[in-house]
Design a protein around this ligand. Structure first.
Ligand SMILES: Cc1ncc(C[n+]2csc(CCOP(=O)(O)OP(=O)(O)O)c2C)c(N)n1
Length: 283
């Protein structure tokens, strides 16, 4: 049980210890607004649950007043899938970092795209392992100088949006953390999607990776129509996570319903039919 902030049921009394100006504050605000609006549309606050990775992003566990677990680094996705299997009526939000998801947790990410469990993954992508003082992650730009790589990162960055599309994810989106309202809208859209929804939120790290901050100027919003895979793949290639060239498309790249883990597996179907829920547990 967390201590609720007076006047705001979605916040705990904990004061955020993220650095001043860190876009993580803005992602928290977007998530809060999304849950508030979804609650007005019929979702219940008690049916939201979160699974968090380890890193700066994971601190959202302390500030957002919903139930869940603070997981292991790289293991937020399987923990979230477990929560959903235990109680299929939960709306599970998985909060993870870029290091968390695309380095330690990469296998889980790819297979979640394939398995299509009905949950929402929100990646705080600051292109750096920030909590451990800024080492390069798979999305760091080439040339990124860190204490561990003083001559600069030489590997080419991974493009998670392109990867998710190639791995058959049923919902793929990218947002800018600084655009709170747009991120809120995309998160609402992701929660409403029945299946695995992947929301990549790009941000800078105001202490360790300021270079990616300059990307704001290059960002633009894509239209909300026609979610064809070819268009999504083409758009995903516009930004390669390196600094410099190209524009950065934001919005929902791809959305297509296909049977989720629950609809595919007879054992899970049965569980869902039983109507397992918090309500049931209280009886
Ligand atoms: C298996 C494992 N490897 C490494 C660590 C050390 N570790 C803790 S937090 C962290 C950095 C997290 O980076 P990221 O996931 O990008 O999140 P951020 O801090 O940038 O939000 C690392 C490497 C760990 N706790 N567990």
């Amino acid at each position: 049980m967390k201590n609720e902030m007076p006047g705001n049921k979605l916040r705990t009394i904990k004061y955020p210890t993220w650095c001043p100006g860190c876009p993580d504050h803005m992602i928290l605000e977007s998530v809060e607004r999304a849950i508030k609006e979804l609650s007005r549309e019929g979702y219940k606050k008690r049916d939201f649950a979160m699974s968090c990775g380890v890193g700066c992003h994971g601190k959202i566990f302390d500030y957002l007043n919903i139930s869940g677990t603070y997981g292991l680094h790289g293991r937020a996705i399987p923990t979230g899938i477990g929560m959903k299997i235990g109680n299929p009526n939960l709306n599970v939000l998985v909060f993870a970092g870029d290091g968390d998801t695309y380095s330690e947790g990469m296998a889980h990410f790819i297979h979640a795209c394939r398995f299509n469990p009905d949950l929402t993954l929100i990646v705080f992508d600051n292109q750096s392992f920030s909590l451990t003082t800024g080492q390069a992650t798979p999305t760091s730009q080439q040339g990124f100088k860190t204490k561990a790589e003083p001559f600069g990162e030489f590997n080419t960055p991974l493009n998670p949006v392109h990867l998710a599309l190639s791995a058959n994810a049923s919902f793929v989106a990218r947002c800018n953390a600084r655009d709170i309202e747009h991120t809120k809208e995309v998160i609402k859209n992701a929660v409403n999607h029945k299946g695995f929804s992947f929301v990549e939120v790009i941000q800078d790290c105001v202490i360790f990776n300021l270079d990616v901050n300059h990307g704001d100027k290059k960002m633009y919003k894509i239209s909300d129509e026609g979610y064809e895979l070819d268009r999504a793949l083409r758009l995903s290639r516009e930004f390669d996570y390196n600094d410099g060239n190209g524009r950065i498309p934001l919005g929902v790249f791809y959305k297509k319903h296909r049977p989720s883990l629950y609809e595919e597996w007879p054992q899970l179907k049965k569980l869902k039919k039983k109507g397992v829920s918090w309500k049931g547990l209280r009886k």
